[in-house]
Design a protein around this ligand. Structure first.
Ligand SMILES: COC(=O)COc1cccc(COC(=O)c2cn[nH]c2)c1
Length: 243
């Protein structure tokens, strides 16, 4: 998978080259290219923003600069990317989104700042048949898209074959069965007077699976009743309903 990121703060994306993601890049599973938007300005001030039509606070990112940058970066590779624009006004980014994008051959992230990118940049790209996803990672406002890109790239790249040491952990993710993960424990058996639940040390795998399912149902009901309500009928078996 090739990943391009266009931003006015390339340094903000440096963490993508660390740890697991860094290893995925070193292993050739991911090609990452971060581009400085200001490389496509032509004025001495390298202006990337301007006052909003219609007035109001803040600045809007200029379409000319973004248009040239996108055209140039698109041309760097024959593969057509999904263009992703993080924005508070976007569709929710979920594990399903990450799964979908993990199948893409190329992703191109456009990091907005200020009051956003002139809408014609997105409209022009869509008008040329390019898939553009305006997505939100949550209902809050960041200063720019860069932090959202770190989140989304991590969620996607960990799903790529060969990235996680143990693929089972991606399959048993929270949300993979529609429920939240329950509590996890490791040694010692007792720590600061707190003991590990007996069943987990019983060796009785059926009982352990039942206990884990019950804890996941309990936690989901308490913290995310919306997820429980969204579960398809068939997802809960008789034992679950008894819970
Ligand atoms: C067309 O889209 C744009 O112009 C995007 O422009 C902006 C402007 C300010 C901040 C951001 C970053 O995204 C978020 O704040 C965000 C994403 N998820 N939750 C919060 C993006």
């Amino acid at each position: 998978m090739r990943i391009d990121v266009i931003t006015i703060f390339p340094g903000y994306l440096a963490p993508l080259r660390e740890a697991l993601l860094g290893r995925a890049i070193a292993a050739g599973l991911v090609d990452l290219d971060v581009h400085d938007l200001r490389d496509w300005t032509h004025d001495v001030h390298q202006a990337v923003d301007d006052a909003p039509y219609g007035g109001g606070p803040g600045m809007v990112m200029r379409p000319q600069v973004w248009g040239e940058a996108l055209d140039a970066v698109l041309a760097r590779d024959a593969r057509t990317p999904r263009i992703v624009v993080p924005t508070p006004a976007g569709r929710p980014f979920t594990q399903a989104t990450a799964q979908e994008w993990a199948g893409a051959e190329r992703l191109l992230f456009a990091c907005g700042r200020y009051e956003g990118i002139d809408q014609r940049v997105v409209d022009d790209a869509r008008g040329r048949g390019l898939p553009v996803d305006e997505v939100s990672i949550g209902d809050y406002v960041l200063v720019g898209g860069e932090a959202a890109v770190l989140v989304m790239v991590e969620a996607v790249v960990r799903l790529l074959p060969g990235v996680l040491g143990n693929p089972a952990s991606a399959e048993q993710d929270s949300f993979s069965d529609g429920l939240l993960e329950g509590p996890a424990y490791t040694r010692p058996e007792t720590w600061r007077g707190l003991a590990v639940p007996e069943v987990l040390r019983s060796g009785n795998h059926a009982a352990i699976a039942r206990w884990r399912r019950d804890r996941a149902l309990e936690r989901t009901a308490q913290r995310r009743p919306d997820l429980l309500a969204a579960l398809p009928e068939r997802a809960l078996d008789k034992a679950d309903r008894a819970f």
